[in-house]
Structure formats: structure tokens, C-alpha cells
Design a protein around this ligand. Structure first.
Ligand code: BES
Ligand code: MN
Ligand code: ZN
Length: 518
């Protein structure tokens, strides 16, 4: 299995992998090569530093000059700090030394922080070192495993990414090529690269302006990308949604000139015909609020309101790249939420696919309206369980900030699995309740089965989840509210730059990988 996985990933990233096989000398004189090496710092005395094995190798290669200069050049490097050393070696003109913090021998999840701190330290260090070398405009970065190749690759690939979009090519910062340094487990390194690439892909989809990332454009990009890896994508149109009686989804889309699209994605990683896991992603390519219009300030960030959809597409793409033995289907309702003469009005009543009537008290609570029909539809495929993911409520941002994704689920087994995946990736999750009180608040309206706005005070994320619950008739279900983690304003770890985050793509991939190897 390990060998097969390695082969697959190597084929995919041929160019990337072959780079590291090239002889340094054959690169020619004008290629600038940088190296990232790690150092632990266990205590507070100068003598408490410890080089990683790769850094020790480099120290030998430079006849001890490296270690000596590192000591002389300043205080010991603490976790996440870095220092650049020049001209130590003919091959690597620039070396970024990065602090890994305490040397943690065995991987352990910090009970209170819910995180594998050793892995997180590596991601942080790798990203800081790579970003420093990028600023120095090196052409090729060699990054060592820093103790764990997967985390190191993640930190490097995430840290080097930035959105260039429509910026003049000449003004764009060049992203250096990243390759692994020294002897390391390439299988794990490549897994880290695929996961981080997937998160970067989600970031790109989210960051792309709404006029370029319309429902049809999203469908086109998703199909193009997934088809490369033999994942089937059905692009359903408005007439199809009408035939499915998706009145709730269609009611949101009718406020815009852009036609709605419904994506049905199928990845078969197993041949035993086992039931699929269903992933449902909110794909509102722009959320103005509709007639319940949002305020103008920062409304542009609502181009990222398809973050759930982006996460589903990039997760399935990564599963296919890694050939994970799991069957997964993706269901993505795509539309815009705009105000127009044909838009939903507060007080309107719409009928979802399962026949339930919904009073639209607030047209800005549109995510739950489009997910309602997608959840109903997903159940036609007898999934093992359904996981929906959505930038659903501003209240989630208030509750958790950018620290974690909020999770609502009727399965404690799935919850534990997801929590553990989050601790591994550093992109954490936190559980919220699905109590009857919230359901009551969503069904007390007269004249319809449900209202789309909670009738109580506060608890907006919980009432939204309770609303969705009404569209899952049976079986295990998880709802991930990612409104809080959608974007970062600088408080996130250094491997997530400001802007759309692509979270929690890596956690979802890890979760499904771990489930598949049970
Ligand atoms: N897409 C928003 C939620 C959101 C807010 C995501 C901030 C990311 C950042 C969602 O459609 C929305 O507008 N929710 C409303 C619900 C309310 C009207 C019940 C909200 O949170 O204000
Ligand atoms: Mn909204
Ligand atoms: Zn929204």
C-alpha cells in the first residue's frame, strides 16, 4: 500500500519530485538555492539548543562552521523564530534556520489545547523558514523534514502560497520551487504536499472574486480539476432542480440573473460497492443578504460564502490523488444570493424537496435554505453518513473566532474521529449541542412547518443546525459551521496568511483517510 501510494503521488507530481533528484551542480550558476534547517531549544540557557539530524549533517558538511555561526549570531532560536545565514556552503547560498521549540520525542496531543503540538511546531517553523527565503527571492527551497515530513511539507506548501489572481504578472512575487531535503519518508512528505495543495486550492476558489466565480464558473473549474483524477462530476441545471422539487434552493437562486447549478460528484476508491460517505457543501458564490441586505462594510468577503463547496471539492480531489480506499459523493448547491424583483421576500413561504414548508423570515439566512434540499437529495444514495459543511452563521464567528470549526452531530463516534483528525492537522474542531430547545425555536411559526430564523435570543449557530436537522430523516450526520474559520486577519498561525483560509480541508482529508484505514 505504502509503495503504491508513493508511486501514485510521484507520478502526479513528477516535475516536483524529479527536481530533487537533479544534481546541484547541473543547475547552472544563476539558480539561487536556499535551505531550511531546524533547531530545538529545550530550556533557556544557550547550551540547551539541539540540531535536527539534517542540521547536524549540514554542520558536518561545513566542518562545524554552521553550528559555530549559529551560536555566535545571536540568542538561541525560540519556536517559530528564524535566522538567515549566508555563504556557508557553495551549493546553498542561503540557509534559513528555524526554531522548533521543545524537542517532543513521541507525538502527543495536548489535552487542553487539543492539538499535536510537535506537528504544529513543525508547520510553523517550516512556513516561517520558507517565507523568509521567498522574500530573498531564492529560486529553489530545500526543506528538511524537521522531524516529521508530512507536517514539514504542509507548513512549506501552505506558507509559500499567496493569491495572485488578476494582478499584473510583473508585479507578482515569484513562488520558489519547494523540494524535500535529505533522507526522509517521501510517502509522508507527498501526503503533506497533497493535503496542503488541496487547502491552497480551496483558498484560491474562495478568494476568486464573485464575478469570476459564479455558480457556472465554479462548476467548470471543479469539473476540470476533478476530471484530471478520474472523479465523475455531474453538472445539474435549474430544470433538473425543478424536477427534483428543490423549492427551497431555487427560491434563493431566483434573486439573481446567474443560473443555479447543482453538482453531484462521485469518487469510488473501493470496489466492494460499499455505501458512500456524503459530503454536502454550501456554494453561495456571493451572499449579499438578498432583500434582507447586508451592510456594505466588508460585504466583499461574502465571495467566500462557497467555502463549504470549495472544501468538498478539494477534499475529494485529494482523496483521489492519494487513492484513499473510500467511496465518497459530493453534493453542492451553487447560487448567488442577491436582491432583485424576483428575489425571496421576508415572509415568503417555500417548499423543500421533502415537502416541508419554510417561512423565509430573513433572506440572509439563505445557506440553510439551499442545504435543506441538498441534504434531502443526498439521502437518496443511502450514505454511511452525511457531513455538511457551510459558512453558515456569523454567530459562529462570535463564538469561536478563527480558532476552530464548530461541529454539530448526532454521532459521538464520528465526533471523536473528527476531533482527533483536527488535533493531528492543527485545524481544530469544537462540538456544539443539538438540543430540542433549538428545534422548538425553529418550528414555532404559524403558517409553515419551519421558519428560517430562530425565535429565541442568541444561539444563532445552534438554531441554524437545528433547522438543518429537520432535513436529515435518519442516520449519522455531522454539520460543520465554518463561518468563523473562513478567513484570517492575521491571528492565525504563520502558515495561514491573511485572507481566505481554505479551512478545514486538511482536517476533512485526514478524517476520511483515518476512517478508511479502520
Ligand atoms: N454567509 C452568512 C454567514 C457568514 C457571516 C459567513 C460571516 C462568514 C462570515 C450567512 O448566510 C448569513 O448571512 N447568516 C446570517 C443568519 C441570520 C440572518 C440568521 C448571519 O449570520 O447573520
Ligand atoms: Mn446570508
Ligand atoms: Zn451565506
Amino acid at each position: 500500500m505504502a509503495a503504491r501510494l508513493l508511486l501514485v503521488v510521484q507520478n502526479i507530481r513528477k516535475e516536483f519530485v524529479s527536481l530533487s533528484y537533479r544534481k546541484y551542480s547541473s543547475e547552472g550558476g544563476n539558480v539561487r538555492r536556499g535551505l531550511v534547517l531546524g533547531v530545538y531549544f529545550d530550556g533557556d540557557k544557550k547550551g540547551d539548543i539541539k540540531l535536527t539530524p539534517a542540521a547536524e549533517n549540514f554542520d558536518r558538511r561545513t566542518s562545524g562552521k554552521f553550528g559555530c555561526l549559529l551560536q555566535k549570531s545571536g540568542p538561541p532560536l525560540k519556536r517559530g523564530r528564524s535566522r538567515i545565514l549566508y555563504d556557508l556552503d557553495g551549493c546553498y547560498g542561503t540557509v534559513a534556520v528555524v526554531g522548533l521549540g521543545k524537542h517532543i520525542e513521541c507525538p502527543k496531543v495536548d489535552e487542553h489545547e487539543n492539538i499535536d503540538q510537535g506537528k504544529e511546531n513543525i508547520r510553523v517553523a517550516a512556513s516561517v523558514g520558507c517565507k523568509n527565503l521567498k522574500d530573498l527571492e531564492v529560486d529553489i527551497i530545500e526543506l528538511e523534514d524537521l522531524g516529521q515530513p508530512e507536517a514539514s511539507a504542509e507548513g512549506g506548501v501552505l506558507g509559500l502560497w499567496n493569491y495572485t489572481g488578476f494582478k499584473n504578472k510583473a508585479k507578482q512575487k515569484k513562488i520558489p520551487q519547494l523540494c524535500p531535503h535529505g533522507e526522509l519518508d517521501r510517502n509522508l512528505w507527498n501526503k503533506g504536499v497533497v493535503k496542503a495543495d488541496a487547502q491552497n486550492f480551496a483558498r484560491k476558489l474562495m478568494e476568486t472574486p464573485g464575478n469570476h466565480m459564479t455558480p457556472s464558473a465554479f462548476a467548470k473549474v471543479a469539473k476540470e480539476e476533478l476530471s484530471k483524477n478520474s472523479v465523475a462530476v455531474e453538472v445539474r441545471d435549474k430544470a433538473w432542480a425543478e424536477s427534483m422539487k428543490m423549492g427551497s434552493f431555487l427560491s434563493v437562486s431566483k434573486g439573481s440573473e446567474e443560473p443555479p447549478v447543482f453538482l453531484e460528484i462521485k469518487y469510488c476508491g473501493r470496489s466492494d460497492g460499499s455505501n458512500p460517505i456524503a459530503l454536502v457543501g454550501k456554494g453561495v458564490t456571493f451572499d449579499s443578504g438578498g432583500i434582507s441586505l447586508k451592510s456594505a462594510s466588508k460585504m466583499d468577503e461574502m465571495r467566500g460564502d462557497m467555502g463549504g463547496a470549495a472544501c468538498v471539492v478539494s477534499t475529494i480531489n485529494a482523496l483521489a490523488l492519494l487513492k484513499v480506499p473510500v467511496n465518497v459523493m459530493g453534493f453542492i448547491p451553487l447560487c448567488e444570493n442577491l436582491p432583485s424583483g424576483s428575489a425571496n421576500k421576508p415572509g415568503d413561504v417555500v417548499i423543500a424537496m421533502n415537502g416541508k414548508s419554510i417561512k423565509v423570515d430573513n433572506t440572509d439566512a439563505e445557506g440553510r435554505l439551499i442545504l435543506a434540499d441538498a441534504l434531502c437529495y443526498a439521502q437518496n444514495f443511502n450514505p454511511q453518513f452525511i457531513l455538511d459543511i457551510a459558512t453558515l452563521t456569523g454567530a459562529m464567528r462570535v463564538a469561536l473566532g478563527t480558532a476552530a470549526t464548530g461541529v454539530f452531530t448526532n454521532s459521538s463516534v464520528l465526533w471523536q474521529r473528527l476531533e482527533s483528525a483536527g488535533a493531528t492537522t492543527g485545524d481544530r474542531v469544537w462540538r456544539f449541542p443539538l438540543w430540542k430547545q433549538y428545534t422548538k425555536e425553529m418550528s414555532e411559526t404559524t403558517g409553515a412547518d419551519l421558519n428560517n430564523l430562530g425565535k429565541g435570543t442568541g444561539g444563532g449557530s445552534c438554531t441554524a443546525a437545528a433547522f438543518l436537522k429537520e432535513f436529515v430523516s435518519s442516520g449519522d450526520w455531522m454539520h460543520l459551521d465554518i463561518a468563523g474559520v473562513m478567513s484570517s486577519t492575521g491571528e492565525s498561525p504563520p502558515y495561514i496568511s491573511k485572507g481566505m483560509s481554505g479551512r478545514p480541508t486538511r482536517t476533512l482529508i485526514e478524517f476520511l483517510c483515518q476512517l478508511s484505514c479502520q
